[in-house]
Design a protein around this ligand. Structure first.
Ligand SMILES: Cc1ncc(COP(=O)(O)O)c(C=O)c1O
Length: 412
């Protein structure tokens, strides 16, 4: 009789995982108020409330709501003066938008490898990659776990380079006692469906810099300026405004965030401890022991050797069958067709005509990122952290069960 669920045995976990977005009557209540207000778009109170709540929570002076995390990164780059001819350093282990926003701003992404244990951009390699063309660094707090901001800020300040935090996965995350978002020059957040605070779609820029804020505000508001007339357009901008419906959902989400954050962190730290019993699997390491991850994702590092050579892909397949759904995650971004395909090479840099450097992504190699993407990394979704201690035990028990029954997974 097989033991492993992938071969017909009993599942380790039969119970499901918490719903996302969460079931909460406050969302509907707020949406009803927007409908009744008759102000569904520009000038309503809900996006302002969402901005205020986000700014206050993250200790930032200014917040500007927009349509998505992708637009938040692009408009922040523009607001920081990044444009044609410049390079922006980005990690290759992230969602495509981190790099595509750079191209949309007219600049060229330069991929810098991550640290294999933290999954975050490597500060030493970041320093090596800076050139006279570097205008900004995008530090992604991947999975919700803060990038190592202090050395990144030091390098950036010494070279006159801006730092933008990609906080799409990191609402409320704490780096050495400080909330992410306004540690760098600005931070870009997402409220897309999967995110820890969601309105289905949406984005926001946080900053302590009044100039960056006012330029960001103008880009979002078709080039208007806060003190100007309605038909007074002084900046090249777009309509990137968030609706009041999104503002209302985010406002409720922000009320729920402290409790969710605590639960995700409590479960995450319990799981980290329990994984000490599982040789060959651990959670993404923090870049500093005092950090608190937002645990948008539970990101794992897997060592096939500790599992008799069992491939990561087969391991997560077996885990899925046990009732522990996992995903192998990203490809190195420079390998994505949009950057790597030779068909695009003649045309690249797509819209950076003043760029004077070489730009051939087929020649990029980031070994740590490649090992993680190809063999060692996997993650569980944002629902995981909202479950209970039993669920964390189930994750560990499923891994141990696989390890104890490796013979069942031997390749035929
Ligand atoms: C790290 C990261 N950056 C940027 C984005 C883009 O956000 P959005 O989907 O809201 O455009 C996402 C998520 O989707 C993300 O995970």
């Amino acid at each position: 009789m097989p033991v492993l669920a992938i071969n017909g045995g009993e599942k380790t976990r039969t119970e499901g995982w918490p719903a996302w977005p969460p079931d909460d009557p406050g969302f509907l209540e707020n949406l009803g108020k927007v409908i009744e207000s008759k102000v569904w778009g520009v000038g309503g109170e809900w996006t302002r409330k969402a901005e205020e709540m986000m700014a206050e929570y993250h200790d930032a002076k200014f917040a500007a709501a927009c349509t998505s995390g992708t637009s938040a990164i692009e408009l922040t780059l523009r607001a920081c003066g990044v444009g044609p001819g410049s390079e922006v350093i980005v990690p290759p282990y992230t969602f495509i938008a981190t790099a595509s926003s750079v191209v949309a701003a007219g600049a060229v992404p330069v991929f810098v490898d991550i640290d294999e244990e933290t999954f975050n951009i490597d500060p030493a390699k970041t320093e090596e990659a800076i050139t006279d063309r570097t205008a900004a660094i995008i530090a992604v707090h991947i999975g919700g776990s803060p990038a190592d901001m202090d050395p990144i800020m030091e390098i950036a300040r010494s070279r006159g380079v801006k730092v933008i935090e990609d906080c799409a996965q990191a609402h409320g995350a704490i780096y050495k006692g400080r909330k992410v978002g306004a540690i760098g020059d600005a931070g870009a957040f997402s409220f897309q469906s999967s995110k820890n605070v969601t309105a289905g779609e949406g984005g926001m820029v946080l900053t302590n810099d009044a100039d960056i804020y006012s330029r960001a505000w103008s880009i979002i508001n078709v080039g208007r300026v806060p003190e100007g007339e309605w038909y007074d357009h002084r900046v090249m901008g777009w309509n990137l405004r968030m609706t009041q419906f999104q503002g209302a959902l985010i406002s409720r989400g922000m009320e729920l965030l402290p409790e969710h954050f605590e639960l995700r962190a409590k479960n995450g730290e319990y799981l980290r401890q329990r994984l000490e019993d599982v040789e060959g699997v651990c959670l993404q390491k923090l870049t500093h022991p005092d950090n608190v991850s937002a645990f948008h994702l539970y990101v794992f590092l897997y060592d096939p050797e500790a599992f008799g050579g069992l491939s990561r892909d087969r391991f997560i397949q077996a885990l899925g069958a046990e009732g522990i759904p996992c995903a192998k995650g990203y490809n190195p971004l420079y390998r994505e067709g949009v950057f790597a395909a030779t068909v695009h090479m003649d045309a690249f840099p797509f819209c950076a005509p003043y760029y004077e450097g070489e730009c051939d992504y087929t020649a990029v190699s980031c070994p740590a990122c490649e090992r993680i993407c190809d063999e060692r990394g996997f993650w569980m979704s944002q629902r995981t952290g909202l479950a209970d201690e039993q669920a964390m035990d189930d994750i560990v028990n499923a891994m141990l069960k696989i390890r104890d029954n490796l013979g069942e997974l031997a390749e035929a």
